[in-house]
Ligand binder design. Structure first.
Ligand code: PGA
Length: 265
């Protein structure tokens, strides 16, 4: 399972609509303490509800390596959009990353690929790095259409991928999120190579370095039991984790597994 090309890994804990100010403080303190001893090549992010972003940033230790991340952001710069938060507002309080187009957000707001791409571009324009989620639904998976759906979704991100500002892409099969089901390991590897090829096709010669600089993460029922196998797959540069990230001991176990993989380089 050793990957000689592995240079860094990113783990993102997505807390969704969970936690309180108090529980988040304890979580951050425990995660910060555990991360201090892990590989420098491991990036750890924590996506919290908007209302906790400022608190989460100030609860971190002085030398914290934890990136506090937004769970979503508006596709608009400003205007009459009650309840929304702009990427400039995130940047203004020092938030550097945001999830964009998570499948739960896509469903709730009926977002299509175009809206997701506009949101990611808006984030990049404010200097906030989008972590764009893509993935097929169960019907597409059952019909064997996963690869064509992914190629189309990557194509819809053409401007985001070609932009100067960085982005990350998370492959999350919609049917694997919160279901306890994951694709077979060779299916995860196959999907990641399709995504990488589609990115490669968008990037011309000059931008090849940028192509390989776009990390691809897997998400959907990642747990301490399967994280090692998933992270060891070619092209998998990290994981986006929901349920199994809520208990800090479970998140620390997954971060330790990722760190061990990096240190075996
Ligand atoms: P899950 O969620 O790990 O609970 O499947 C993943 C996600 O929503 O990003």
């Amino acid at each position: 399972m050793h990957r000689p090309d592995m240079r860094s890994l990113t783990l993102i804990a997505n807390h969704k609509l969970h936690g309180s100010r108090e529980s988040l403080t304890a979580y951050i303190h425990a995660l910060d303490a555990a991360c201090a001893t892990l590989s420098d090549q491991l990036q750890i992010m924590l996506a919290v509800p908007h209302v906790f972003l400022s608190h989460a940033m100030s609860a971190r230790a002085a030398a914290s390596r934890l990136h506090i991340t937004s769970q979503d952001v508006s596709q608009h710069a400003h205007g009459a959009y009650t309840g929304e938060i702009s990427s400039a507002m995130l940047a203004g309080i020092g938030v550097t990353h945001t999830l964009v187009g998570h499948s739960e957000t896509r469903s709730r707001l009926a977002l299509d690929d175009g809206a997701v791409a506009r949101t990611a571009l808006q984030a990049q324009a404010s200097g906030v790095t989008p972590i764009v989620c893509i993935g097929e639904n169960l019907g597409d998976y059952d019909a064997g259409n996963t690869h064509s759906v992914l190629s189309k979704q990557v194509e819809s991100l053409r401007e985001v991928i070609a932009a100067q500002h960085p982005c990350l892409i998370a492959y999350e099969p919609r049917w694997a999120i919160g279901s306890g089901k994951t694709p077979l390991m060779q299916e995860i590897a196959g999907a990641h190579s399709v995504i990488r090829r589609a990115i490669h096709n968008i990037c011309d010669g000059e931008k090849l370095a940028r192509d390989s600089a776009i990390p691809l993460l897997y998400g959907g029922s990642v747990t301490p039991a399967n994280v090692h196998e998933i992270l060891a797959l070619p092209e998998v540069g990290g994981a986006l984790i929901g349920s199994a990230s809520l208990e800090v001991s479970s998140m620390i176990a997954m971060a330790s597994a990722a760190s061990a993989l990096l240190e075996r380089k």
